[in-house]
Design a protein around this ligand. Structure first.
Ligand SMILES: O=c1ccn([C@@H]2O[C@H](COP(=O)(O)O)[C@@H](O)[C@H]2O)c(=O)[nH]1
Length: 236
């Protein structure tokens, strides 16, 4: 399937940032058929959530294992080999050359797609400089995207602010996945590079990752469906 063929509803990835498998299952039940794609990250994975990947896949849902791996190449290769058996659609690694190379090797010919996290969406230029980098966010995102493409990575995680430039660099061969999504009026929390769902899709994002604005809402299903409508409208 080309990115243009992805249905509006399948472009929303809801982050199950919840404290237990029971809490995640309750949220999945509330969202029902309205959400087709879920993300499991640190909070749920470390609370026994990894087996949920296969269970959700068996129910016809897609799962993004947001494990943000970063280790020596061999360890990343072996880790990705294990994740490939869980039934996830995407797994994340940090966009360091050894890490990405190891991940692509571990994926082999499996259907699992490797996403490289370019620069976390909670970072701005000052945060990067405080972490010892001399490049700006946009410079580092673009440099890492070029390395990821050469190494055979399948997609990139960035904020929607960088998506236009990334599309020009990597074309449509790589999936562009964007957290840092905030419906108008929603609290930004710790996110620093944010955009509304409609603007992110117009900028060229393939998938939008949304956590707190959905899972902390009084009516999560209504928020998810409003995001679907905004995506569909932006796609025209
Ligand atoms: O750069 C990144 C990479 C990953 N994330 C993850 O996405 C969700 C966003 O949650 P919100 O509640 O919508 O802020 C969260 O699970 C992060 O770990 C990211 O935000 N930025």
């Amino acid at each position: 399937m080309t990115p243009a063929e992805i249905a509006p509803k399948d472009r929303l990835i809801v982050a199950l940032d919840l404290p237990s498998v029971d809490a995640a299952e309750a949220m999945i039940a509330r969202l029902g058929d309205s959400v087709t794609f879920y993300k499991i990250g640190y909070q749920l994975a470390y609370a026994g959530g990894l087996p949920l990947i296969g269970k959700l896949a068996d129910r016809g849902k897609k799962v993004f294992a947001d494990l943000k791996m970063h280790d020596i190449g061999n360890t990343v290769t072996r880790g990705v080999e294990s994740v490939a058996k869980l039934g996830a659609t995407f797994v994340t690694v940090h966009a360091y050359p050894q890490t990405m190379k190891g991940a692509v090797e571990g994926r082999g010919s499996a259907s699992l797609k490797i996403l490289a996290v370019t620069v976390l969406t909670s970072y701005n230029d000052d945060d990067l400089h405080a972490a010892g980098y001399r490049l700006s966010v946009s410079e580092l995102v673009e440099a890492r995207a070029q390395q990821a493409q050469v190494l055979g990575v399948d997609g990139l995680v960035s904020s929607p602010e960088e998506v236009g430039a990334l599309r020009r660099i990597v074309g449509h061969q790589m999936s562009l996945v964007t957290p840092g999504i905030r419906p108008a009026g929603a609290a930004s929390g710790d996110q620093k590079r944010i955009m509304t769902p409609g603007r992110a899709i117009t900028a060229g994002a393939d998938y939008l990752v949304v956590g707190r604005p959905v899972v902390e809402a009084a009516d999560p299903k209504a928020v998810a469906e409003a995001i679907h409508s905004e995506i569909a409208q932006a796609l025209g």
